[in-house]
Structures are given as C-alpha cells and as structure tokens.
Design a binder for this molecule. Structure first.
Ligand code: NDP
Length: 323
C-alpha cells in the first residue's frame, strides 16, 4: 500500500495544492470537513489536512493521528487553533507572501470607494459620457484625509507604508503599541475612530474582534467617514454599517469581506455608497501560487519530522527547531 502520509483536503482548494498534494502525499479529497464523509480506517490514517474551510474541534478529534493542519490563507479564524495546539497538532498559515498584494488591493479599494472609479467606468461603458456629458465630480477625495489602520501587522504596515506616499495622516490601533513605527498609536479603537475620518480594518477575525466596528465606531468617523474592510466580515457589524450608510451618518464603505460569504446582503448591494469586491485582496495568480506552495511546504516539512515554516502563534511552542 501507499506508504506516503495521508493528507486530507476537505472542500475547495487551489489547484496547485491539489496537484502537489497528489504528487507528494497520499491525498484524499472530500467535499467538506465532516468526519462522516470518511471511513474509520482512513480517519485513523490521516496525518495532515490542507484546507481553506472550517476545521472544528469535533473534526480534529475524529482524526486520532492528525499531526498538522495547513491553512490556505494568513487568516486562520476558521481553524480551531487553540484546540489543535492543546492536542499537540501543528497549525500553519500563509503570512508575508500575500502582504504586498493585499496592501496594493486595499489602496485600490480605497481610491475606488472615494473617487467612484468603478462607477465612472460603468458610466463610460453605458455610453453616458457622450450622451450626458462628464461623470459627476466626486464628493469624496483622499486629499486631506486622516487614516486609522485597525491592525498594524504585516499587512497593515504594508498599507501604511504605501499611504505615506499619498501624503495622508496615518494613525493605528493594536492591542500592543509597536516600537518600530512613529505613527500615532491609540489604545482603543473608539479613541482612534474619533481622531480619524477613514478607518481601514485589517485585523484577524474571531471572537476578539467580533463586531468591533459597531454603530458607535462608525458615528465617531463622522459624516465624511469612510470604512474600508479587508480583514474579516465578522469584525464589522454589517447591520449597523448598512444603517450608517443609508442614513449617511458615514459617507461610504469599501468592502472585500462580508459576514456571510459568498452571500452579500442585498441591502449592501443596493447602496450607492458601498464599493464591493468578492474577497479578492490576495487573488492574483502569482500570489495564490506562492500561498499554495507555502501550504504544501509546511505539510512536507512537518510530516518529514522537520520544523513548520510558518506556525501560527498558538502552535509556536510546539514547533521543532529548524535544521
Ligand atoms: P498580523 O498578525 O501580522 O497582524 C494583525 C494585526 O492586528 C496586529 O497588528 C495585531 O496587533 C492586531 N490585532 C489583532 N487582534 C487585535 C485586537 N483584538 N484588537 C486590536 N488589534 C488587534 O496579520 P496580517 O497582517 O498578516 O493579516 C491580518 C488579517 O488580514 C488576517 O488575519 C486576515 O483575516 C486578513 N486578510 C484578508 C485578506 C483578504 O483577502 N481580504 C487577505 C489576507 C489577510 P496586536 O496583536 O498588538 O493587537
């Protein structure tokens, strides 16, 4: 029989992960991370998981010889990492290789939201320029704005560095103040929201940030306020956001992530002052290939007895020393 380690792939995965997993491991594909979809013998043989879907404590507990969960994506809020760590199971993610791409996309989304560029293009394509004259002057601009970055980590810092070139003010909120930057730090999100007019959300999802951007935070941005979310949909109270946009208590929002993906509330789609993207911040061929390689390289390293390349913080203490 196949002596290579069994790696389970539940749900959709990047084709490069699929191809490399088939070449390098005994790959088993199932439709979802549901233990009922695999027989008891296969369950006991699974050593690794490559996933971009929910991996629950129950699913982890159904796999007695599981050694590693390699998450496709830097955000691993869908994986129960504390539970995996408590069972001695490594969890890895894909940091750094996507930071510049996501930061580029965030700047694009910010400009599209302020300057209505997607709508202006739609106007041209509909033949309205020739018939009706120039597209309207946009009420919003990046000029003169002060930006608050909620989450100044790998991606947040890449966004801030880009925004320096735009000559805007940059503030940030994290739990721990960084010693390597001199942007003004705010101990609370509410405090930062009062000091800025543009909020860029790039914190991880999960319970610590659940609905952190609520009606009070949005109101603190003021009527010229703009919200950009490239972190996770769970971090924004979407009902409060729709109300704030409808009542023009803030001016506009640009969103790459949503509460219930891929389902986007019709109320958001109907709003003229929302600029919406289908979770594409890292979605170029080259960046997704780099993420795919990091997923498989983590599996290969750990299953061969080596150090995981990018262990999540919850599993750092489990990691082996690099050779
Ligand atoms: P990092 O871990 O490098 O950065 C996270 C930042 O958030 C840190 O500055 C951290 O600082 C801060 N933070 C975390 N929790 C809180 C909290 N409760 N309150 C305030 N600040 C907090 O992650 P990355 O920059 O690599 O990625 C960030 C997130 O972006 C990912 O987790 C993912 O969800 C999302 N993402 C979205 C993508 C998309 O396609 N739209 C693509 C890639 C990532 P501190 O710990 O000091 O609080």
């Amino acid at each position: 029989s196949d002596q290579r380690p069994v790696v389970l792939i539940p749900g959709r995965i990047h084709p490069r992960v699929r191809e490399r997993a088939e070449a390098e491991f005994d790959a088993v594909f199932i439709d979802a991370a549901d233990a009922a979809l695999i027989d008891a013998q296969t369950r006991s043989r699974v050593k690794g998981i490559a996933a971009m879907t929910t991996v629950s404590a129950d699913f982890i507990d159904a796999l007695p010889n599981l050694a590693i969960i390699a998450n496709f994506g830097v955000g691993y809020d869908a994986v129960d990492a504390p539970h995996a760590a408590s069972r001695g199971i490594m969890v890895t993610n894909t940091p750094d290789v996507l930071s510049d791409e996501v930061a580029d996309t965030t700047v694009g989304l910010l400009l599209n939201t302020l300057r209505e560029l997607p709508k202006a293009e739609t106007y041209l394509r509909a033949g309205r320029w020739a018939k009706e004259g120039p597209y309207r002057l946009t009420p919003l601009t990046l000029r003169g704005r002060t930006i608050g970055v909620f989450g100044l980590g790998r991606i947040g810092l890449a966004i801030a560095r880009r925004l320096e070139a735009f000559g805007v003010g940059i503030h940030y909120h994290t739990r721990t103040r960084r010693t390597d930057v001199d942007y003004p730090w705010h101990e609370t999100l509410a405090g930062m929201a009062k000091a800025v007019d543009t909020l860029i959300v790039v914190v991880p999802g999960g319970p610590a940030t659940d609905k952190a951007v609520n009606a009070d935070i949005l109101d603190a941005l003021g009527p010229d306020g703009v919200l950009i979310n490239v972190g996770r949909g769970s971090t924004v109270d979407e009902t409060a956001l729709i109300a704030a946009l409808t009542e023009r208590r803030i001016a506009a929002a640009g969103l790459d992530v949503f509460a219930n993906e891929p389902h986007v509330q019709q109320a958001l789609i109907d709003l003229p002052n929302a600029c919406l993207l289908p979770h594409v911040a890292s979605a170029s061929v080259s960046t997704r290939n780099a993420m795919a390689d990091l997923v498989v390289d983590n599996l290969a390293a750990w299953l061969a007895g080596g150090a995981a390349i990018t262990a999540v913080p919850e599993c750092a203490a489990l990691n082996r020393k690099p050779e």
